[in-house]
Design a protein around this ligand. Structure first.
Ligand code: B12
Ligand code: SF4
Length: 238
């Protein structure tokens, strides 16, 4: 049947797939999803960091991230699963479980491939550049900075789907462009100097704290303890 000029405009397929996938991962605290075309990212990186494109350079890519919303769901899953407690990196394992289950359920028989930030070359993807390319967050002088949550976000997965992605990036706020003072920069210099001396990640916490954006989204104490000291005791607390 051909389309008539007075038919309502159809929702693009990518938008429906994004909504179905984002709803599923969102239930687990992966509350940030943004969609783009793989071509927007590929032109910003060397070939060795390219995403798979499933044979089409306009393929949809969904970038998955999280704010502090993830923590309660993740720690509950950890406490309830012997398998997660036995893995070397339970957050990465749980992320892969959630993302692949959501992709299977939401995408049906549409082909897809996934990449994670922790994957080593030759599967390494430059996630900060990817998040910027699809408008999830702006890559500023230090972190990727989200319009609402500031630097208090993490990037968790990139799902490439075999349908055409959006044709153009919609309007996105770029927080660092309106930031004249840039208090992150001296903090970054200090953290870089401290990193020469010790493998302590806590100076990087001060870099995040220096940014005025998203202060209400600062991670909770246990989430900070886990990310900045790798103390697994932070996961056992109810
Ligand atoms: C390798 C790596 C590191 C290495 C950095 C090695 C180096 N500088 O050469 C180490 C282990 C030191 C590291 C540390 C940290 N990292 Co790191 N890291 C990565 C990783 C896995 C790959 C980066 C990469 O090679 N990209 C490919 C190249 C071609 O792209 P690129 O844009 O040139 O990448 C450079 C930057 O990403 C930089 N870098 C890496 N981490 C960080 C973090 C910050 C704050 C800055 C300024 C730069 C930076 O190093 C890369 C090579 O020069 C990414 C995840 C990913 N796959 O992107 C996370 C990632 C970039 N790291 C992240 C974070 C948060 C950190 C830490 C603060 C750790 C923590 N506990 O929170 C510290 C900060 C210290 C620092 N500035 O280096 C986050 C950033 C989130 C955000 N909102 O932007 C990412 C995206 C991981 C995630 N899952 O969210 N990291
Ligand atoms: S302090 Fe300003 S320039 Fe630095 S990350 Fe925050 S918003 Fe961006």
């Amino acid at each position: 049947m051909s389309a008539r000029h007075d038919d309502p405009p159809q929702t693009p397929r990518w938008r429906a797939l994004l909504a179905a996938f984002a709803a599923r991962v969102g239930e687990h605290g992966f509350d940030l999803c943004a969609a783009g075309s793989v071509a927007w990212y590929q032109r910003r990186v060397a070939a060795e960091h390219a995403l798979p494109d499933l044979g089409r350079d306009d393929a949809l890519v969904i970038v998955v991230g999280n704010s502090r919303a993830l923590w309660e769901r993740f720690t509950a899953a950890y406490r309830g699963s012997e398998r997660l407690r036995a893995t070397r990196d339970p957050l990465d394992t749980w992320t892969a479980d959630v993302v692949t289950t959501a992709a299977r359920e939401a995408l049906g028989d549409v082909r897809w491939e996934v990449r994670y930030p922790w994957e080593a070359p030759p599967r390494r993807v430059a996630f900060q550049r990817l998040a910027d390319a699809v408008g999830l967050a702006q890559l500023g002088p230090v972190y990727c900075v989200h319009a609402e949550h500031g630097p208090w976000i993490a990037l968790r997965a990139a799902l490439v789907v075999d349908v055409p992605g959006p044709e153009a990036l919609g309007p996105v706020e770029r927080p660092c462009e309106g930031c004249a003072e840039r208090p992150c920069e001296p903090a970054l210099r200090e953290a870089t100097a401290a990193a020469q001396e010790a493998a302590d990640l806590r100076p990087w916490l001060r870099v995040r704290d220096a940014c005025p954006r998203g202060r209400d989204s600062r991670y909770g104490d246990d989430q900070i303890r886990y990310h900045y000291t790798r103390d697994r005791g932070a996961l056992d607390l109810p």
